[in-house]
Write a protein that binds this ligand. Structure first.
Ligand code: ADP
Length: 607
């Protein structure tokens, strides 16, 4: 049953109830008021008739049927009612409904209740079916007192001579009440018909906008975002329609915005150099931008296929597995082609709690080529420069060693040539070393050795310098530590560069502490795969490195204080070389430093 029918039935039900109640109330009320109206009419008429009879009646001895009946008939006619006169013995002397013989044959009326009430109580009223007239009547009886001769009744009213009775036929009363009832009934039925018509129209007015709203929401749900409802009124339904339209507008705006953003990201994804892949929780591909399609040479039907099915690069699978297991970003350099170097930087980012993974592939082929060209160039230049520089340095040294007579100026020049050529030779050999490390030309000659075996060679190198600077070197590597599998020569370079820096940047009277320990290291955050690391630390009480420079000191030629570093004779490549050697050992390097208090360099290699 739809809402309109429901409302209509409810309306009609309510109206019906009200009309029924009204009908019964009115009918009863009207009947009562009519009845009391008739009674009071009867009373008035009876009173008048009594007065008349008191005056007109002859004495008891002169009573004749004809005389009294004609008197009563006149009274009945005048009052349009049935009038009866009964004497104290119950004999009916006059009645408007009976004449002649019929009157004389009438029953004794003394036992009639209204007559008895009139004698006893002064008046009597009754409603009854009359055998005499064969109809229902309402009777009202009053006693008639009269002073007869000198005889005065004790109450002053006179002597009771008879009873006059006035009656109205109930047919008239009932017809009047019936007529009234009919009028009320007709009014109720008319009201009901009106109510039905009204309810049909008014419920229609209510349900029409609801119907339109329903149609609109259905249309919206079906995807027709342009559908709107007409707003015809200002009531709650009108407001509801307006709100629906507003909501639809908002939805349209949001959809437009999302479509715009989608278009934008689509354009970005299509035109970006990086390859972007989307893989679901089951490692099936859901999206690949054109760059990714060309980098991984994906077929047209890649969507829904497992990554492993389409692409056979094992490192990519390993990286995806890693991101799946750790639920964290995984990064690796992966070789996409057949070249020796890793050709792409790949990042796997888990999205929506492992439901999806974004794989971003950054092709670094060109960068790597350029880096190789640069490293090659530097290596070649350094190599070419080394021989003439060594020659210049050698000649200058020979000249300085000669005991020949020289002017002061030429002596100064030779010293300058020697110093600068020494610095240049150092720079060139550092550059060459760095290039070889970068190009991967250095082959690690690993052997197991205890770090304490470096103590003596280090002292040999730095003892004079330490004495000169008034510094102490504290060697605190415990004998109990295990041996490490390293390239001795390259590791010596780490020691030399770090201790050399510590000496350079620590003022007189300071201390340099070399120590080591083993520690377990969590390979990746959140992973429970832990590995043992061997950590070497070189700590000084020197000038320290400002926070902002700490990440940069491992870049080539980066210096915190350019002038001071140059004065110290540094090349700016020391830490870059250390970093590359550490990377060759699959290790990591980091600093802890407080400005003015000192720095600690940590070198960790896996055990
Ligand atoms: P350099 O040859 O100039 O010392 P490095 O690569 O060895 O070059 O170091 C880079 C820079 O890092 C230095 O110029 C210096 O500013 C800073 N540095 C390195 N070691 C220390 C240290 N122990 N204390 C303070 N600063 C240091």
């Amino acid at each position: 049953m739809n809402i309109r029918t429901q409302l209509t039935f409810r309306y009609i039900g309510i109206v019906l109830l009200v009309l029924l109640a009204m009908y019964f109330y009115l009918a009863t009320m009207l009947k009562d008021s009519m009845s009391s109206h008739i009674t009071s009419d009867l009373e008035v008429q009876a009173e008048l008739i009594r007065e008349f009879l008191i005056e007109e009646l002859p004495t008891k001895d002169n009573f004749t049927y004809d005389l009294i009946d004609s008197l009563v008939d006149r009274l009945g006619k005048a009052n349009n009612a049935r009038v009866t006169f009964i004497d104290l013995d119950g004999v009916v002397w006059g009645d408007t409904e009976r004449d002649g013989q019929a009157l004389r044959e009438m029953d004794n009326h003394l036992t009639r209740p209204e007559v008895q009430d009139a004698i006893k109580n002064g008046s009597g009223i009754r409603e009854r079916y009359s055998n005499t007239t064969q109809t229902g009547f309402r009777y009202f009886a009053l006693p008639i007192h009269r002073n007869v001769g000198p005889e005065i009744s004790p109450d002053g009213e006179g002597t009771l001579i008879g009873i006059c009775r006035v009656a109205l036929p109930m047919v008239a009363v009932n017809t009047a009440i019936g007529n009234l009832r009919r009028v009320v009934l007709i009014a109720s039925v008319a009201g009901l018909i009106l109510a039905i018509v009204f309810s049909v129209f008014s419920t229609g007015a209510i349900t029409k906008p609801i119907k339109k709203l329903t149609q609109m929401t259905q249309s919206l749900a079906a995807g027709n975002i342009n559908s709107r409802v007409p707003v015809d009124s200002r009531n709650e339904l009108g407001q509801l329609s307006q709100n629906f339209n507003l909501m639809a507008n908002r939805i349209q705006e949001q959809i437009d915005k999302i479509s715009e953003e989608h278009r934008r990201s689509e354009t970005i994804l299509k035109n970006m150099g990086e390859g972007v892949l989307l893989v679901n929780g089951a490692s099936e591909m859901t999206y690949a931008n054109p760059a990714a399609i060309s980098m991984l040479e994906l077929p047209d039907t890649y969507i829904g296929k497992a990554l492993i099915e389409i692409n056979r690069i094992p490192e990519l699978q390993v990286l995806l597995k890693k991101a799946e297991q750790t639920e964290a970003i995984a990064f690796a350099e992966i070789q996409l082609g057949n070249l020796r170097e890793p050709e792409a930087e790949v990042t796997v980012v888990p999205v929506s709690a492992g439901q999806e993974y974004v794989i971003v592939i950054h092709d670094v082929t060109k960068e790597r080529q350029l880096e190789r060209i640069r490293a090659d160039f530097v290596a070649n230049v350094s190599h070419e420069l080394r021989t003439p520089l060594t020659t210049i340095q050698g000649y200058a040294e020979t000249l300085l060693g000669e005991n020949s007579v020289r002017t002061k100026t030429s002596e100064q020049f030779i010293v300058k040539i020697f110093n600068h050529s020494t610095r240049l030779t150092r720079l060139v050999s550092d550059l060459l070393e760095l290039s070889r490390l970068e190009l991967g030309e250095v082959e690690l000659k690993r052997s197991l050795c205890h770090l304490n075996t470096f103590h003596e060679p280090i002292l040999d190198v730095f003892e004079p310098l330490l004495e000169e600077s008034g510094l102490v070197l504290k060697w605190e590597i415990p004998e109990t530590l295990p041996k490490v599998n390293i390239d001795r020569q390259l590791y010596m370079q780490i020691f030399v560069n770090l201790i050399d820096n510590a000496i350079k940047y620590t003022p007189d009277g300071g201390a340099i502490t070399v120590s080591a320990e083993t520690r377990s290291h969590e390979e990746t955050e959140g992973s429970d795969i832990a590995s043992e690391e061997f950590i070497l630390s070189v700590k000084d009480t020197g000038i320290g490195i400002p926070m902002e420079s700490q990440p940069r000191v491992f870049e080539r030629f980066y210096r915190v204080d350019e002038g001071r570093a140059r004065e110290m004779g540094g090349t700016g490549l020391g830490l870059a070389i250390v970093k590359h050697i550490v990377l060759c050992h699959n290790g990591r390097i980091w600093i802890e430093s407080t400005l003015g208090q000192g720095s600690t360099f940590y070198v960790a290699v896996p055990l």
